[in-house]
Design a protein. Structure first.
Length: 278
């Protein structure tokens, strides 16, 4: 080691500069990690199916398995058969309506139209929300809501079929989806029919078909929360897809830390050598 120091002239100021250069990314990493964990709140998950427990590194870890809504085959306002497979990778906002509804349905459709317009007409740089979101309005009166009736409703509210489907189909399948898959708390259809059920909720479903929120389709403040949660979901990492940096940032942080320790030791021995020579 002494021979090395005798043959190589090391500039202490340069070493200190290297030390600072190594510390900056390390400190930045811990700041970003802490801030991201404490300040970014993604929309919560709903409807747990089960909880799995296992042991990792000697610690008991629990993982919640969230309910995945089942596939459903219905017909849209253009007469096209569609399923959830047609929405792969999409975030979905769904509601339930019927075209003869004299009360809340027109207002809910108007509010969904405003939300859809604000998303799909957005020109913000880097905003990919408009490419990831699809709207569904599912009829709870499918016997009378034919494709023609859905087309009438679509024309009435100028609905774009590329980003928003009005759907009809088998009544049992629709009601099973509403009650058992997205778990809506249904209310009576306000005198339209004694065995009719209805809901004023918008349901937010992520690209993995997990329910992430319920919002009052007639409440302005709740719709603002929906809009905010929607943007957050577009930035959420897919747990099924591993990032290129997954697990590597921690390794890089440890490497920087070891390099800093190495520079400290080098400075220590240099200082010790200088004192000895003096």
């Amino acid at each position: 080691m002494v021979l090395l120091f005798n043959t190589i002239h090391v500039n202490k100021k340069a070493l200190i500069a290297v030390l600072i250069a190594l510390m900056i990314p390390l400190v930045s990493y811990f700041i970003v990690k802490t801030k991201s964990e404490n300040n970014i709140h993604m929309p919560r998950h709903y409807l747990p199916d089960s909880i799995i427990s296992n042991t990792e590194r000697g610690k008991r870890v629990s993982d919640t398995i969230w309910h995945t809504v089942s596939n459903i085959s219905l017909t849209n306002q253009d007469g096209m058969k569609v399923t959830w497979d047609n929405l792969r990778g999409k975030i979905v906002i769904a509601d339930f309506f019927f075209t003869r509804c004299p009360t809340i349905c027109p207002g809910m459709t108007e509010n969904m139209k405003r939300l859809a317009s604000s998303i799909h007409n957005g020109k913000r740089v880097g905003d990919k929300t408009n490419k990831l979101v699809h709207f569904l309005s599912i009829s709870i009166d499918p016997e009378r809501d034919s494709v023609e009736r859905l087309k009438y409703w679509a024309n009435r509210f100028q609905i774009n079929p590329e980003t928003w489907w009005l759907l009809t189909g088998d009544r049992k399948q629709i009601y099973d989806f509403a009650l058992n898959e997205v778990k809506l708390q249904m209310i009576d259809g306000e005198g339209v029919d004694t065995n009719f059920v209805h809901s004023d909720k918008f349901v937010l479903i992520d690209s993995n078909r997990h329910v992430r929120g319920y919002y009052d389709g007639l409440d302005t403040a709740d719709l603002a929360n929906l809009s905010k949660d929607l943007v957050m979901l577009t930035m959420e990492k897919d747990p099924k897809k591993k990032s290129f940096f997954a697990g590597k940032l921690e390794i890089m942080a440890v490497s920087f830390l070891l390099a800093i320790v190495g520079v400290f030791l080098l400075l220590y021995f240099l200082n010790k050598k200088n004192k000895t020579n003096a």
